[in-house]
Design a protein around this ligand. Structure first.
Ligand code: HEC
Length: 268
């Protein structure tokens, strides 16, 4: 090629990239405007209301409400509790996320058997209760800074396990969470895939769930979000509120420490 053709080729390459970048920006702007529009009037509010009712209504063999449940800030304190989870609880000697802690309270205060709540599918009534409760409780931490700093040895062990799991490759495609969430600025179709090991991506990923999903008209808790990513990873379905799920949550929450909680969120 002579110098002129090299120049033309280079010009074409640059303008093609510029056009592509412009298109990408327009798409990104469109998505952001759509998300903003969705923020006013998040249908998650309806789930928050029914969650609040579930929290306050006596139920189970002991005919008790959940109002004395200790989510980490003392019995009955809901405000700000979600932004500090997962955390270590001395009474169960376990690190718990919101949903596993709720199961503890339902068992101890209300005398309910956690099994049907663990085994039900995410669209079945027992899980709907969990999700409504998660919507309500997470809403009581809206805009609070995430305050999850592993300090208890069990919290540290949970964080380390979560980190190992995040990078653990396996399954038929040899995927890890990191395959899809381990680089900046990745997308699958039009979905941004947050870089979860970094503070910004962790805040986006951790800090916006539970969330209402417009595409399916469903409210999803973090446990459901994780369950679906195990599916995308072609991994076996994790047991609801198992340590594997709590470890991943601990990894995400601690990476997001300090960022504001945007819960309940709203997604495409
Ligand atoms: C095959 C790719 C893939 C793998 C592997 C994967 N994810 Fe995802 N993840 C996605 C996609 C795609 C989305 C967006 C989904 C949607 O909107 O439907 C997503 C969304 C998320 C979100 C919500 C992000 C947000 O901004 O709202 C979190 C958190 C998350 N994944 C965590 C994980 C964890 C933890 C693992 C490992 C257990 C994992 N993912 C494995 C593809 C993957």
């Amino acid at each position: 090629m002579d110098r002129v053709s090299i120049g033309i080729a280079a010009f074409l390459a640059v303008s093609a990239t510029a056009a592509y970048a412009q298109q990408k920006d327009a798409a990104q702007e469109g998505i952001e405007a759509y998300r903003e529009a969705l923020q006013d009037g998040n249908p998650a509010e309806l789930f928050e209301l029914s969650g609040e009712e579930l929290w306050k209504t006596p139920a189970g063999p002991k005919k008790a409400s959940l109002e004395k449940c200790d989510l980490g800030l003392g019995p009955g304190v809901v405000k700000g509790a979600y932004a500090r989870l997962p955390r270590y609880f001395a009474d169960t000697d376990r690190v718990q996320d919101l949903e596993s802690r709720l199961l503890t309270c339902m068992e101890t205060l209300q005398g309910k058997d956690p099994k049907p709540y663990i085994e039900a599918s995410f669209t079945a009534p027992p899980k709907e209760e969990m999700i409504a409760l998660a919507a309500y409780i997470s809403g009581q931490s809206k805009d609070d800074p995430i305050a999850v700093k592993p300090s208890h040895p069990k919290e540290q062990a949970m964080y380390d396990l979560g980190k190992r799991m995040f990078y653990y490759q396996g399954g038929p495609y040899d995927f890890a969470c990191a395959t899809c969430h381990g680089q900046e600025n990745t997308r699958i179709r039009l979905q941004d895939l947050p870089y979860i090991p970094g503070p910004k991506g962790a805040a986006a990923g951790w800090g916006s769930w539970p969330a209402y999903r417009v595409s399916s008209g469903q409210m999803w808790s973090m446990q459901w979000r994780l369950n679906d990513c195990f599916r995308q990873q072609r991994f076996p379905e994790p047991v609801y509120t198992s340590d594997a799920t709590i470890a991943l949550s601990m990894f995400m929450a601690a990476n997001a420490n300090g960022a504001p909680m945007k819960t309940p969120g709203i997604k495409r």
